[in-house]
Design a protein. Structure first.
Length: 176
């Protein structure tokens, strides 16, 4: 279990940090995790593939809104693919690789996973689970299962009962 915590933390540190590269443009977060004005993603004009239609299109940046538009139709393009860099981009120019969920019929949405990092505290929330890592404490909840790991003990509770592991040994309490 502790190995899972270490792997989760390592994976989370690899995929989420305070600055995300976007070619020469970067997205930086201030102390409140808000994007700073000077480092926001930018739509770069060029040839892309519209993910909704599958068509090759020429993207330009709408000067009023700053979002990607099809140069022929002047209609906004929500998600588009760069065949050269193999990146998927959102209408504001932000890379959304590995965050895009296909709904079918040319419809997409961004992954609903929420990740919050505040100092030594990390919270990860999805529709079906929650994980909290705070200093030396790890907590997770998924369905009926709860797990808590601290310095020298681990507790697991699910529909079948409880397990407590300490330096003194393991205690199992089946649900009555």
């Amino acid at each position: 279990m502790i190995a899972a915590v270490i792997i989760l933390t390592a994976c989370n540190n690899d995929s989420k940090d305070d600055s995300t590269s976007n070619d020469s443009t970067s997205v930086s977060m201030d102390e409140d995790n808000a994007m700073t004005d000077m480092d926001k993603p930018v739509v770069k004009p060029g040839k892309y593939k519209n993910l909704s239609t599958g068509e090759d299109i020429e993207i330009t940046r709408d000067e009023t809104t700053g979002i990607a538009v099809d140069s022929k139709t002047q209609l906004p393009v929500e998600f588009y693919y760069d065949p050269i860099t193999m990146d998927t981009l959102y209408q504001n120019g932000m890379k959304v690789n590995n965050m895009l969920v296909s709904l079918g019929d040319g419809k997409y949405k961004l992954d609903d996973m929420k990740i919050k990092i505040d100092g030594d505290e990390i919270k990860i929330k999805t529709d079906t689970s929650k994980i909290k890592i705070d200093n030396d404490t790890y907590k997770s909840k998924s369905g009926d299962e709860k797990t808590k790991v601290t310095d020298d003990k681990m507790k697991i509770k699910d529909e079948t009962g409880k397990v407590k592991i300490t330096e003194d040994g393991t205690k199992i309490k089946p649900k009555s």
